[in-house]
Design a protein around this ligand. Structure first.
Ligand code: TH1
Length: 839
């Protein structure tokens, strides 16, 4: 009988069991079971959140098999893995997305309905992990989705912030920040892997010594050690068997060390040291682009990068690889310079810890790393004061000096006597205070450098990285950003997805280029009216949401004109406001004026320390107060600021938009990705020739895009000649009226000083050329209003916009990275049957 039990235990368990079965009956049973055994609740006392958790665990069970099978398929020496290093991953809620990827949305909806509940309500319970600021973090999330969809072995490495991006509330028109306690009720999507913990050193000093083989070596005597504990979240591929991993590091104290070594009896001191260690992964820095050069930020960056590199090396050695071949099994992508300390850290690991000679180590490093630049804004370029850097990472500073010495030697050989060039290229910025230039470290230590849209990549070569381009032009390429159609069409706009699939089949979900086939419906009256009806439904839903969140009633039949993105002067939300005031003035002057009714919707967070951005939020809300309540306007214009813009809210917004505001000063927005989400969902764009707008217009056709404003060249030329915003103010009565109103207090209940800093900035500096672009923007907006009156034509343009956005799938972007930069290929995953473990 012993034999029999052993045989039974080893035999595969036959599905459909409660943890893998996909039938409605099984799903219902599993859901009830999880409510009882995991949440410890029954229907009498269960909260909505308990139900959400029970469902989340039901779904999680169903993805584990894919995840483990994927790990098995990928854990082989010949497999090349992409490691995407990013300080931010803005994943958005997992539940709905996992249902889409598993292809079980409909079964689960039914199972939940038959359980007396509503799936959409449960999905809405999920607290989104806001581990990013905006486009950069969301791009990382879209790329993980595409990597899994394409079955490319990949790991996303980052930080498991205890507090993500703050929640935004609006009080009296001002932004108020609330701590984001996203882990409050637990996170069913992550699994801790304490057995894979790694140690990270900080501070202290270095010592030279001669090793047993007579080699000169250096050792780092750190002042403190932190422990990194990985938390893994599976990332499913769309309807395939692949599930990659997002591995986020939590900082902890190595308790035994603190207690025994030097805190004998000092209990409070030891606890204090523990809190100090855990600080590192406490909170996401809430600045989108301008950086805060804080020590804790550098600690965060080094911490997650060191953990990740040690993990990568461990895996490589585990499958039997040699470190000399690391680049054959690992492609490490730096998502901006935030993880670029990895270049010095890999050199240290190879040279100091694995005893590899410098030249070989440098070859490995350069062949392994690649760097994506996401911004040209000078205030966003990371540089660390030498003093701060050296006290936290003394060994890395030495390594950077040595990299720099050799690097500048190469430069001298190629450009003899060109000392200016040496100074410009140096990894160290000289001056009264010296800095480490992280973009230079990233560029010197990578084999590939890319920008995120065609225009941006050109400007990189011409501007910020010009000397690097002249030195190594072969390193440079463009990789225009993309977004995942799974989350941004399928999940967020199900009615549109259904109409598209009904018309052209469902191949577009994996191959977005197929949307082109919609072009043949652009003039089809029946199709047009269904297209319009879906937009109207989405607008009605958004209107209901606006009413719930703000109490404002907006008309779903008005033109929904939307600007959602981080609040920043270069993104020019206040240019949009100048137009709103202009329209308002026209109506005040002539209340009978015929205008297209519009609802202006804004959403976005301001960095807590960015005064001007916060003032812009106050401005939007002040103008909203005036416009929304003036009887002369008669409800024809509405202005809404929707608080707490995030991924969840984005999913409601893009499908409901008719006009997408992409109005940054040309040359300032590296790419933008919201612009793509809008257009895919049928919004038309009003925009400048900036970032990816250029390519969106190219694809959509210029007749289906509302273009205005100065070009990048014109911006440069105007600034070179000497820009004086007052010329525009003096020469344009409508503009002058608007600016005067801002200064006069009529828009701020008589508080004349409120917007003075804004007015002052616009009139005296206007770095982002709002006044120069004002007239062109107004005329363009007027054309939009006109165009909207011809609904048939508008719908045609809308269909063509969606049909032509295939290029902006993140699948296309990831294919390009794989082919041109990573040399990574798909690995087929065979589903392993679940076999009960035997001892
Ligand atoms: C954004 C860019 O502003 C945006 O244009 C682009 O579409 C997006 O990245 C993805 O490529 C950036 N976000 C950050 C965030 C930080 C620092 C620099 C940038 S650039 C913290």
């Amino acid at each position: 009988s012993d034999k029999k039990t052993a045989a039974a235990a080893a035999a595969p368990v036959q599905i459909e069991d409660d943890r893998t079965g996909l039938s409605v009956e099984t799903l219902k049973r599993a859901f009830a079971d999880n409510l009882f055994y995991i949440q410890g609740k029954n229907a009498d006392i269960a909260t909505l959140n308990d139900y959400y958790m029970a469902l989340a665990y039901t779904v999680r069970d169903r993805l584990l098999q894919r995840w483990l099978s994927t790990i098995k398929a990928q854990l082989k020496p010949e497999v090349k893995v992409v490691y995407y290093l990013s300080a931010e991953f803005l994943m958005g809620p997992h539940l709905g997305n996992n249902l889409v990827s598993l292809g079980i949305y409909d079964q689960v909806r039914q199972a939940i309905q038959e359980s007396g509940l509503n799936l959409e309500e449960l999905i809405a319970q999920e607290e989104e992990p806001g581990l990013g600021n905006g486009g950069l973090g969301r791009l990382a999330a879209c790329y993980l989705d595409s990597l899994a969809a394409l079955e490319i072995p990949a790991v996303g490495y980052g930080l498991r912030y205890e507090f993500g991006i703050f929640d935004q509330e609006i009080r009296d028109g001002w932004q108020v920040e609330i701590t984001d306690k996203w882990l409050r009720y637990g996170n069913p999507w992550e699994i801790a892997r304490p057995e894979a913990t790694v140690e990270v050193k900080l501070g202290g000093h270095t010592e030279a010594f001669v090793d047993g083989a007579g080699r000169y070596r250096v050792r780092w005597i750190p002042e403190r050690t932190i422990v990194g504990v990985p938390y893994d979240t599976p990332v499913l591929g769309f309807k395939n068997n692949a599930a990659n991993t997002l591995r986020l590091w939590k900082a902890e104290a190595p308790e035994s060390f603190d207690f025994q070594a030097f805190n004998l009896g000092d209990y409070y001191g030891a606890v204090n040291a523990k809190m100090y260690s855990e600080n590192i992964s406490k909170v996401l820095y809430p600045n989108d682009e301008p950086l805060q050069g804080r020590e804790l930020r550098l600690e965060q960056q080094f911490f997650f990068v060191s953990c990740s590199l040690q993990d990568i090396i461990r895996r490589h050695l585990y499958v039997g690889g040699k470190l000399e071949d690391l680049h054959n099994s690992a492609a490490i992508q730096l998502n901006d310079t935030h993880p670029s300390i990895g270049i010095a850290e890999l050199m240290r690991l190879l040279v100091d810890e694995h005893n590899i000679d410098w030249d070989t180590a440098w070859q490995i490093t350069q062949n392994t790393f690649a760097y994506t630049n996401h911004t040209l804004l000078p205030e966003a370029l990371e540089r660390w004061p030498l003093s701060l850097f050296g006290s936290l990472l003394p060994r890395h500073l030495e390594i950077i000096f040595e990299i720099n010495r050799r690097f500048l030697q190469e430069v001298s050989a190629k450009f003899p006597g060109d000392t200016g060039r040496l100074a410009r290229l140096s990894l160290i910025q000289e001056g009264p205070e010296k800095f480490v230039r992280m973009a230079h470290l990233a560029s010197a230590g990578s084999h590939a450098i890319n920008g995120v849209a065609a225009l941006h990549s050109e400007l990189l070569k011409r501007d910020v990285l010009r000397d690097f381009y002249e030195l190594s032009p072969e390193k440079f390429s463009n990789k225009t950003n993309g977004v995942t159609p799974r989350r941004w069409i399928m999940l967020s706009n199900p009615e549109l997805a259904f109409l598209i699939s009904e018309s052209i089949g469902d191949g577009w979900i994996k191959n977005l280029g197929e949307l082109r086939e919609l072009e043949r419906f652009a003039n089809d009256k029946e199709f047009q009216s269904r297209w319009r009806q879906i937009k109207l439904n989405n607008k009605t839903n958004l209107a209901e949401y606006i009413r719930k969140r703000t109490g404002l009633v907006v008309d779903p039949h008005s033109l929904f004109d939307i600007q959602v993105k981080r609040i920043h002067e270069y993104k020019r939300q206040h240019l949009n406001v100048l137009y709103i005031i202009t329209l308002y003035n026209r109506l005040k002057q002539n209340p009978e004026l015929e205008i297209t009714p519009r609802t202006f919707i804004f959403g976005g967070k301001a960095a807590p320390g960015y005064f001007m951005a916060k003032l812009i939020i106050k401005l939007i809300n002040s103008v909203a107060d005036v416009v929304n309540n003036d009887p002369d306007v008669g409800g024809r214009l509405k202005v809404v600021f929707l608080p707490d813009y995030n991924v969840t809210f984005g999913q409601r917004v893009y499908p409901a938009a008719e006009l997408s505001e992409q109005i940054s000063t040309a040359g300032k927005e590296a790419s933008g990705t919201g612009n793509m989400k809008f257009s895919m969902n049928g919004a038309l764009t009003i925009g400048t020739l900036d970032g990816a707008n250029v390519e969106i217009r190219e694809e959509a056709g210029e007749e289906n895009f509302f273009l205005f404003g100065l070009t990048t060249e014109e911006v440069y030329a105007l600034k070179a000649r000497g820009y004086n915003p007052r010329d525009y103010y003096n020469g344009n009565p409508a503009l002058r009226q608007v600016i005067d109103q801002l200064a006069s207090g009529v828009l701020s209940s008589g508080e004349t000083h409120l917007f003075a800093p804004l007015v002052d900035h616009l009139l005296n500096r206007d770095e982002y050329l709002l006044l120069a672009d004002y007239q062109s923007y107004v005329e363009c907006q007027d054309r939009v209003g006109e165009a909207y009156r011809d609904q048939e034509h508008w719908t045609r343009m809308s269909i063509l916009n969606s049909a032509r956005m295939g290029k902006f799938s993140s699948d296309r972007a990831i294919r390009e990275y794989c082919e041109d930069i990573w040399g990574a290929v798909a690995v087929d995953v065979v589903l392993e049957e679940y076999v009960q473990a035997t001892a």
